[in-house]
Design a protein around this ligand. Structure first.
Ligand code: NAD
Ligand code: UDP
Length: 343
């Protein structure tokens, strides 16, 4: 049964009149989250009318503070698992709705799975009803603990279907299946991005992912918690680079026939990341080791040849530059900018 939709600020649908149909109304599911709030801002700058739809599970209303006064922005509280408002006229849909941090997506794994699968179905049906272009935020987690390195889009992955990460990994894999079946059956224009670890401003201090954990721990003078030996690797992309990739993929004249990797191909061990964060923040924090979570992927690095060659996209912001922005953000949020001023 559908939940009552709480409208924070909603104006009547304007329909599809007017000359520029391609720059009309975009729906961002998960729009109050880390990536979603940056995407809403970018789409407004690009001239779209934007509707953010979010259940505020991990997203925050204050992420939208800067754009709430914008006349072309609307925010609706809604869970994508529930039937969507039928009068929501949209030309483009971005599906970012899903908790992305392991502690959050594992807290209620069944709802996580439903969010990916039923949420995608609901949004795909909406896209079909309005003949809207639809984007899916898929993930490098579809490669699981990869046996091919770096990971090209053609790799089918190595995923445990019944472990604690499976609700997320298999949910996202199933969503990819649905997207491509809607494309094949109904000719829907779909864009599927496989996103690799992205970090930056507007992550929550309690998000639980590694960059925000380390930066917050370093600023608080707490021990940095490295899970396992810290020799596992990840490739970290700064949020601004990723959002540029989203927009290029969505606006590419031809829909790619497969998902597209978006991420930064420079790979770091988790120990290297911890050391960099301590150095940059000049923190007195020590590194401590905690047990490695079950099925934690040992290595991850995107092969972004397709995005480079077909979207003209590649990340521009190094980990050091991105960490500087992220430290500044958390320092302002937690301490009013005290540490950065002192450094
Ligand atoms: P996030 O947790 O900040 O954002 C997720 C947003 O979705 C939040 O605002 C949350 O409240 C909302 N949401 C969750 N379940 C919902 C539901 N059932 N109905 C409506 N809204 C719901 O995480 P993020 O990093 O911004 O991730 C955004 C998307 O990108 C996710 O789909 C995630 O799987 C994907 N992704 C992110 C990364 C990354 O590194 N940031 C990597 C791979 C994939
Ligand atoms: N990790 C860590 N300490 C933390 C949080 C995470 O060592 O406080 C490790 C985690 O085990 C994984 C890597 O950092 O190997 C990236 O974890 P994150 O949760 O950010 O992303 P994901 O595992 O989904 O790639």
């Amino acid at each position: 049964m559908s939940k009552v939709v709480k409208v924070l600020k909603l104006r009547p649908a304007t329909g599809r009149t007017g000359g520029n149909r391609n720059r009309h109304r975009a729906l961002v599911a998960g729009g109050a989250g880390f990536l979603g709030s940056h995407l809403c801002e970018r789409l407004l700058l690009d001239g779209y009318e934007v509707v953010a739809l979010d259940n505020f599970h991990t997203g925050k209303k204050y992420n939208l503070n800067a754009i709430l006064p914008n006349q072309k922005f609307t925010c609706v509280e809604h869970d994508v698992v529930d039937a969507l408002p039928s009068d929501l006229h949209v030309d483009e849909i971005y599906n970012l709705a899903c908790p992305a941090s392991p502690p959050h997506y594992q807290a209620d794994p069944i709802h996580t799975f439903k969010t990916s699968v039923i949420g995608s179905l609901n949004l795909l049906e909406l896209a079909r009803r309005h003949n809207a272009k639809i984007f899916q935020a898929s993930t490098s987690e579809v490669y699981g603990d990869p046996l091919v390195h770096p990971q090209p889009e053609s790799y089918f992955g190595n995923v445990n279907p019944h472990g604690p990460r499976s609700c997320y990994d298999e949910g996202k894999r199933s969503a990819e299946t649905l997207f491509f079946d809607y494309s094949r059956m109904f000719g829907l224009d779909i864009r599927v991005a496989r996103i690799f670890n992205t970090y930056g401003r507007r992550m929550q201090p309690d998000d639980g992912r590694v960059v925000s954990n380390f930066v917050v721990q370093a600023l608080r003078g707490e021990d940095l918690t490295v899970y396992g030996s810290g020799q596992q690797t990840r490739s970290f992309c700064y949020v601004d680079d990723l959002i540029e990739g989203f927009v290029r993929l969505m606006n590419a004249p031809q829909a790619p026939l497969h998902p597209v990797n978006l991420g930064n191909p420079v790979e770091f061990t988790i120990m290297e990341l911890a050391t960099l964060v301590i150095e940059y923040t000049k923190s007195g924090s020590k590194i401590v080791h905690r047990p490695l979570p079950v099925d934690d992927p040992r290595q991850r690095r995107p092969d972004i040849s397709f995005a480079r060659e077909n979207l003209g996209w590649q990340p521009r912001i190094s980990l050091t530059q991105g960490l500087a922005h992220t430290v500044e953000y958390f320092d302002a949020l937690l301490y009013g900018g005290h540490h950065v001023k002192e450094a």
